[in-house]
Ligand binder design. Structure first.
Ligand SMILES: [Fe+2]
Length: 241
């Protein structure tokens, strides 16, 4: 199976469209989403519709559950809180139900998905360093777990007794090792690179490849400003931070 793995789309329609177009050229057979389809960007409804059209399998992100009313979001940044309240007024009732129905963890025969970490997924902790990955590795009953949330692409590897992480984002996978993969963010990258980020996971070739694609940032920014969302949410798209 050749999967596209998307995460943290955050209502950025221009970025999502660019990523899907790139995926089409790569013979993707199924779409996986690691959460946070809504929040921050100006097109949450459209992004949810597109994922539904693709029959993407998704887990819940903290923004998804905050919008649906399932998560107390008083700890979000001011911009994050404003985006949750704005998004609630934009999406249809059935989309509330969809967001509300998303589970914290998904598993099939190939993969595990969890937005923050497999370790206490309801806490939506950031998995950004090795000690946090080491908490999650023992909980994995598959070779690969995709996470999101940090908006920074990174691959954590457990090989025998050793574990480490790498910024090398294209690699062959070994059946003996475990991998926690953050494919970065489609709609709001935070690694200093403003290009939309996504992953290709090919089980037949045992390959992971995290890719970047340009998109129409000025249009996404203009829509955020016209919507009355916080200006910083527009500015940061160009910075990739
Ligand atoms: Fe996010």
């Amino acid at each position: 199976m050749r999967y596209a793995v998307l995460s943290d789309i955050h209502g950025n329609l221009e970025a999502l469209q660019a990523v899907i177009q790139a995926c089409r050229q790569q013979r993707v057979e199924a779409f996986l989403c690691v959460g946070d389809t809504v929040g921050y960007g100006a097109n949450p409804q459209e992004c949810l519709e597109i994922l539904r059209g693709l029959k993407a399998i998704s887990v819940a992100g903290n923004h998804d559950w905050a919008v649906s009313g399932k998560l107390d979001f008083s700890y979000f940044t001011e911009d994050g809180q404003a985006a949750v309240l704005w998004t609630r007024n934009k999406i249809a009732f059935e989309q509330f139900n969809y967001l509300n129905s998303l589970e914290l963890v998904y598993k099939n025969e190939d993969v595990i998905l969890a937005h923050g970490s497999l370790d206490q997924p309801a806490q939506f902790n950031y998995l950004e360093d090795l000690p946090q990955a080491q908490e999650a590795f023992p909980l994995m009953d598959r070779g690969i777990c995709f996470v999101g949330h940090t908006h920074v692409p990174r691959i954590f590897i457990q090989r025998g007794e050793k574990s480490y992480f790498t910024q090398i984002l294209e690699m062959e996978l070994s059946a003996d090792d475990k991998y926690i993969v953050n494919v970065g963010s489609v709609g709001q990258p935070r690694d200093g690179n403003s290009l939309a980020s996504y992953g290709i996971y090919d089980t037949g070739m045992a390959m992971i490849d995290i890719k970047r694609v340009p998109y129409d940032i000025p249009t996404a920014q203009r829509k955020i400003l016209e919507a009355g969302l916080p200006e910083h949410l527009a500015e940061r798209l160009a910075l990739g931070r």
